[in-house]
Design a protein around this ligand. Structure first.
Ligand SMILES: [Zn+2]
Length: 77
């Protein structure tokens, strides 16, 4: 494991860092890992949302283009 403050290499289960003296909160370590995983998922979701929005925009443009073509055809006929 590594110090949460300075990143010094510590023995597993060490309560205090020998280098900077900061108390190592092991329970919080897992919570932070979960939080990081959550953020990663949120980032993925944002990318998915972006893709969905892009798909919607392209679909809207395609519908608009088809409507425009239909209008031109109607005008010509
Ligand atoms: Zn430290």
């Amino acid at each position: 494991m590594f110090c949460q403050n300075c990143g010094a290499s510590l023995n597993d289960g060490e309560k205090f860092c020998y280098k900077c003296g900061v108390k190592q909160a092991h329970a919080d370590e897992f919570k932070e890992t979960e939080k990081n995983d959550g953020e990663g998922k949120i980032t993925l979701n944002k990318e998915q949302k972006k893709t969905i929005i892009e798909t919607c925009v392209y679909t809207a443009l395609l519908i608009g283009f088809i409507f425009l073509l239909y209008s031109i055809l109607k005008y010509l006929m």
